[in-house]
Write a new protein. Structure first.
Length: 174
């Protein structure tokens, strides 16, 4: 994160302001004193004009002409609430981003306002999805959802069991 910040010639204060976090939070992250949630890391990366997929995968997907994405090269990101596997990463020749998610029960599921549309398909479990101030909706296995860009959204398991889902971002998140 520090390397990306320096590549953009941002001070800690500038990055914090762009991402909507405190300067002390950025300082503690860079010092390795704390670990961010995936949602907060996403805010920081967006402020640095990049995204989670690029941050975690780098150029490990190789040649952009490739049509196959091998499991062995897929990268994961984990926080207390989620585990993401970057199935189809952000790449210049790929116009969607696909994640295999495991949404864990517990506190800390944050609202996010994305700059891309998001669609999801519940593989296993029961997921509450909240969009803005609308009433939460309970989704079950084999249900799907679609939320246009710019709407605050969060999902969390209904029970004490994780929920597995596939999410698609179009265009890829920036």
């Amino acid at each position: 994160l520090k390397q990306l910040r320096l590549e953009h010639s941002y001070s800690m204060r500038q990055l914090a302001k762009r991402a909507g976090v405190t300067v002390s939070y950025v300082s503690e992250l860079e010092a390795g004193s704390i670990s961010p949630t995936i949602a907060t890391l996403r805010k920081l990366l967006m402020a640095l004009n990049t995204d989670l997929g690029s941050f975690f995968t780098g150029d490990s997907f190789g040649d952009t002409a490739s049509y196959v994405f091998r499991n062995a090269k897929m990268r994961n990101a984990v926080d207390p609430c989620n585990r993401y596997t970057f199935v189809l990463p952000r790449r210049p020749d790929v116009h969607v981003e696909i994640l295999d998610e495991l949404n864990m029960p517990g506190e800390g599921h944050e609202f996010e306002t994305l700059t891309s549309d998001i669609a999801g398909y519940i593989l296993e479990g029961d997921l509450y999805i909240e969009v803005g101030d609308d009433k939460p909706i309970l989704l079950h296995s084999n249900d799907a959802f679609y939320v246009p860009a710019g709407r605050p959204i969060r999902g969390h398991p209904m029970k004490d069991e994780p929920v597995r889902l596939i999410t698609v971002y179009a265009p890829p998140r920036y």
